[in-house]
Design a protein around this ligand. Structure first.
Ligand code: ADP
Ligand code: MG
Length: 393
């Protein structure tokens, strides 16, 4: 006997707001395969939009308020007057990703109508999978759908990035918003953050992606992100270049005396990490698992030792995957996202996912006393307004 279907997003919206929504949108999360902490230095990055997403439904309400509901745990429904789209603090902090986007559209001269919105989905929050960019992009698409005006994916990504800078106070690069907005099923995205060129890169069909979320977020994360960015800017200034993208390994070696010990490590991370990205793309094109694995490991070690953004939980998950090695089909593993908690990404031979997931869970739980959230994910398509016949999320 089949179990009764759960109420769909539209049904839940109707229960809450009294009528079916005018539109639904879907904005995926992303996992970055390699190229970490280099988007804001104009580097190369290789994220994948994933099959976990924020879904949202909305209708205009004919009033001068927003009624906003998120099904994420611990978030109470709110009413926001349209005259006050300013930044929020405390438990209303999540609103910054929504109101920030609306405020940016207003700055473009768009009229923001009163609307009701329900945000839902299966993307973990704060796990380094870019739920923030997904929430921003979902909001942007809702507004575009409700007003009938649209932006192209790059303009939208920039606008969402501005929202994150100004409302949420996070000086992020553009990778997350672009990955969410430009994902392609079955592909990673090679993004050149200097000119924003996006090149879809097919992944070998027998390489499967496993995300292992530590389910920890160390509180120092926020200030440290800004400090890393400032370190990279200071290193570039000392080297006399606009950004660390303009620095080769040779130039860095010849000019190391211009940097103190910390800035030298920050610069070494950025320069070597940028070089690892095209090398990884070549390894993927050749199906060279050994080369890809070596690059993922080098990326993790560089983030741990030179950039100081890892933590014991991330190190343990990466090391558990390395130790399992080819015996469990592991191609490679590293921390992904901003660090200080969040998740690792592991590439594994297709068919070996369940075995490896179990190994990571058991190994991690033995050390930290809680089970990480480990799941297989697939490269998915870009954020979109769902067509009316889109299957109910
Ligand atoms: P990440 O982007 O890696 O998930 P961030 O710290 O950048 O981590 O963003 C997480 C924040 O985004 C959450 O703390 C919350 O404020 C907001 N957020 C993300 N998804 C949702 C959601 N579905 N509902 C409400 N807020 C959300
Ligand atoms: Mg984020």
């Amino acid at each position: 006997m089949s179990s009764p279907a759960l109420p769909s997003l539209s049904d839940r919206f109707a229960v809450r707001f009294g009528a079916a929504p005018a539109l639904r949108v879907r904005a995926p999360g992303r996992v970055n395969l390699i190229g970490e902490h280099v988007d804001y230095v104009g580097g190369l990055v290789l994220p994948v939009a994933i099959d976990r997403a924020i879904c949202a439904a909305a209708s205009t309400n004919g009033r001068n308020v927003l009624r906003l509901v998120s099904e994420a745990a611990g978030i109470a429904p709110v009413e926001v007057p349209l005259v006050d789209l300013g930044p929020r603090t405390g438990s209303d902090g999540w609103l910054n990703y929504v109101l920030g986007v609306l405020a940016q559209y207003r700055e473009l001269g768009w009229t923001v109508p009163g609307f009701d919105a329900l945000f839902s989905g299966d993307l973990p929050l704060g796990a380094g999978l870019s739920s923030s960019a997904a929430l921003e992009t979902a909001t942007a698409l809702l507004l575009e759908g409700l007003t009938g005006r649209g932006l192209d994916p790059i303009e939208r990504a920039r606008l969402c990035q501005q929202a994150e800078h100004r409302h949420a106070g996070v000086p992020c690069g553009l990778m997350d918003q672009l990955a969410v907005g430009a994902g392609r099923a079955g592909h990673a995205l090679l993004i050149d953050c200097r000119d924003l060129r996006v090149t879809p890169v097919p992944l070998p069909p027998d390489w499967s992606i496993i995300v292992a979320d530590t389910r920890v977020k160390h509180t120092l994360a926020d200030g440290e992100y800004r400090r890393r960015r400032e370190d990279c800017e200071a290193a570039a200034r000392a080297l006399g270049v606009p950004t660390l993208r303009d620095v080769s390994l040779e130039l860095l070696a010849a000019n190391a005396f211009r940097l103190d010990e910390r800035l030298a490590r920050r610069a070494r991370h950025a320069v070597t990490e940028i070089a690892r990205v095209p090398a990884f793309v070549a390894a993927a094109a050749a199906g060279d698992a050994t080369a890809a694995g070596t690059l993922l490991r080098a990326s993790h070690l560089s983030l741990r030792d030179d950039f100081d953004v890892s933590c014991p939980e991330l190190d343990a998950l990466a090391e558990a995957a390395w130790r399992a090695g080819s015996e469990l089909g592991v191609i490679g593993a590293r921390m992904t996202g901003g660090g200080f908690g969040g998740a690792t990404v592991t590439l594994v031979r297709r068919g070996r996912e369940a075995e490896l997931a179990r190994h990571l869970e058991v190994d991690f739980a033995g050390r930290f006393g809680h089970i990480p959230s480990v799941f297989v994910t697939r490269p998915a398509g870009a954020a979109e307004i769902m067509p009316p016949d889109y299957p109910a999320p």
